[in-house]
Design a protein around this ligand. Structure first.
Ligand code: DOR
Length: 439
């Protein structure tokens, strides 16, 4: 044993325990791992973090992000995105395949993993994208959390909207399938009804609730037919949530974004095209039903769908403006603010943003503060409120749909694999995360 038993000691934090209770105490970390949690660990290691007054949570895992590298680095890259993650308390992310080139085989996956190893301050995993060609790499490429299928809202090779192809993908292999569930045929048809419309609010009418429901029904049917592990990405409508409440096989999970919980079609008035995303924002009634589904466990966890586009791109005007909004810097404080306002508990937020995605994608040793777990942690301040300010954002796109929202629970220190990656406004850019594994 070394002279001091810990490489990092967090002193006197309000620690979220696996039971959901809090303990004011110390967390001892050796290298990448939590080794002890106790009221007072006493000894003095090389690095001590005084956490008095702060709350210690497992680092957030964001299971759906678009980080744009390679090929679209003018919007974001793995360094800027992972800095934003560290600042937002996100210690692991799962990234989507719609980069350039598309991530559809082992070599494009390896390229992303290599880039992340060079640049990422937090832990990383990358989905493999399905195409109509059904490459054998879909089943063999490693490591990946699963196969991403864009059933709609996508152009080019990643759009997989033919029933026969979907059937083949669901029928072949066992790895998890994550779907962007929107019915492309319905969207294309409805787009014709709104030709010439430049008000971005029509986006929610073109890509309507029925388009989302149709695709979710189809994916659920295929998942049941083949007993294939299915994850429904960014569920946006009350009707989908109610469908799932009636009929959710044990191998199906679903997620919701903070924006689908907290924003609705009224946001277009103030935000214009900044409120444009896929699937679109819905009604206040949808917000309510989604919240209830999350509280009841019908929806399993939260993802941001961080999808940065530049302000210039957003300024092109509807329908030429791209869909998507950033999220990794604001998701944890947004949800913790909801908890502090009594809408849910801190333990629930932590479950939805750490343990539940870890379990769903079988990422080992994450999401719990206990000996033997990875030291991916975030200290948050639940005692003060601060607004989301554009000038403080680290995402390269430089804006947030939540600007001006007064939030609590902002990360103060973020720890990735036992190393401090973010500390009171300062990034330690030399810190590197690791490639996630999926058991
Ligand atoms: O709004 C969206 N934008 N939804 C998606 O699923 C993709 C994303 C993007 O990559 O811009």
């Amino acid at each position: 044993m070394s002279a001091t038993p810990f490489s990092l000691l967090i002193r006197q934090a309000r620690i979220l325990l696996p039971t959901g209770d809090f303990l004011v105490g110390d967390v001892g970390i050796r290298d990448r791992e939590i080794v002890q949690v106790a009221p007072d660990l006493g000894s003095v290691p090389e690095e001590v973090l005084d956490a008095e007054g702060l709350t210690l949570l497992p680092g957030a895992i964001d299971p759906q992000v678009h980080f744009r590298e390679p090929g679209l680095e003018h919007k974001e890259d793995l360094l800027t995105a992972s800095c934003a993650c560290a600042k937002g308390g996100v210690t692991s992310f799962l990234e989507m395949p719609n980069t350039r080139p598309l991530t559809t085989d082992q070599s494009t996956l390896d390229d992303k993993l290599g880039r992340a190893q060079q640049k990422c301050l937090v832990n990383y995993g990358f989905f493999i994208g399905a195409t109509s060609a059904c490459s054998p790499d879909l089943l063999s490429a490693n490591p990946t959390p699963g196969i991403k299928i864009f059933m709609g809202s996508m152009k080019g090779d990643l759009l997989v909207d033919q029933s026969e192809v979907l059937e083949r993908i669901f029928a072949t292999g066992r790895r998890p399938i994550a779907v962007h569930a929107e019915d492309q045929a319905r969207i294309s048809e409805r787009r014709q009804l709104f030709v010439g419309e430049t008000n971005p609010a029509v986006h929610s009418q073109i890509q309507d609730s029925q388009a989302a429901l149709n695709a979710t029904v189809q994916a659920l049917g295929l998942s049941k037919k083949y007993q294939r592990r299915l994850h429904i990405l960014h569920m946006s409508t009350g009707v989908e949530a109610e469908l799932l409440r009636q009929d959710k096989p044990s191998w199906v999970t679903a997620e919701v974004t903070p924006q689908h919980l907290l924003l609705n079609t009224s946001a277009y008035e103030q935000l214009g095209t900044l409120a444009q995303m896929n699937p679109p924002l819905r009604t206040p009634q949808d917000n309510q039903v989604l919240w209830q589904a999350l509280l009841d466990g019908v929806i399993d966890f939260i993802a941001t769908d961080h999808a940065p586009h530049t302000l210039e791109e957003k300024a092109r005007g509807y329908p030429n403006s791209p869909s998507g909004m950033p999220g990794v810097e604001t998701s944890l404080p947004l949800m913790l603010t909801q908890a502090m306002q009594g809408r849910c508990s801190i333990a629930q937020v932590s479950h939805w943003m750490s343990l539940a995605p870890a379990k769903a994608y079988k990422i080992p040793n994450k999401g719990v503060i206990a000996p033997g777990y990875d030291a991916d942690l975030v200290l948050v301040d639940l005692n003060s409120y601060r607004p989301v300010r554009r000038e403080e954002l680290l995402t390269k796109c430089g804006w947030s749909p939540f600007e001006g929202w007064n939030l609590t629970g902002w990360p103060v220190v973020t720890i990735v694999g036992g190393q401090v990656a973010y500390d009171r406004g300062n990034l330690r850019k030399e810190v590197r995360g690791q490639a996630l594994t999926f058991n």
